[in-house]
Write a protein that binds this ligand. Sequence first.
Ligand SMILES: [Zn+2]
Length: 322
Amino acid sequence: MTAIFLAFSLTPNVSHTEQHHVAPVRFHPSESPAPKVWLVERKAGLEIYSNGLRIDDEFLTSTRTRSYHAFDRQTWRAAGGEARPAGIVFHTTESRMAPFEPSQNARLQYNGRNLLTFIAKNHLYHFVIDRFGRIFRVVAETDYANHAGRSVWADDRFIYWSLNQSFLGVAFEAQTESSDIATRAQIDAARVLTEMLRSRYHIPVADCVTHAQVSVNLQSMRIGYHTDWAANFPFREVGLGDGYSTPVAALTLFGFEYDSAFLEANGGRVWPGLVIAEEQLVQDAAAHGTTVDLYRRKLRQRFRDWKPDAGGSSADDMAGDR
Ligand SMILES: [Zn+2]
């Protein structure tokens, strides 16, 4: 047992072992640069963009200016302070729904406005897309929002910890349980909003993810503490390729696991990204001459020793978790 532990080291400085340990993010042929989108007009609290996007600022609030460290994927070291949004996390509001019928107009409108008031008061997301596809900016893009709580993601270069600061939160007024989670208008709205945000902040496809892909529980060391968009996020229709195929960073980098409750939330389906992450773990363990269980244990130990919260994120990062 001791010999096995001594046989490999996961300290960030050892570049030789590091090469085995780091799983490359797999990009997809569908991945293309974001189309160029620009602001055409701003008047009376409404912005109109070149791709048809319209953003309503009626419920706009602010918190504090975004500030975070991205961590180098190879070394796990903080790679300088950042104020630019690095990615997007998609959510559902899980709020009260009325049937999507003409006769329900009054209830649909009432629910939407109630929801926006609540979200604005608690600074829960940067953007909300209501059932009719109207887009409301609720927290300023320059500020953090309380949308992701304990969460982690990584692209091929950086690890992002606590995405309230580093990622923008975009919520669909929707419930995961309903048969059609999003309306046609919401999907179209998400597409033009995503195009604009990717264009404005140079956000790669690989950093556009759902809450279920990034949410973690530190007590149980499991992913999927929040399960919104655990399945059925319309990645392709929003112009984001096949997002569920990206290996889940918490599994490959930190040794997190998932349980049957999480798979249930996925509708019994296992994402390709979970399978690829598991395969990567098997390969990495073999490369270190150890078993998957022992390798995962070492990853977890390294994660506990990492203490990314010490790297400049504020207490606000921990507050929100929707
Ligand atoms: Zn969420």
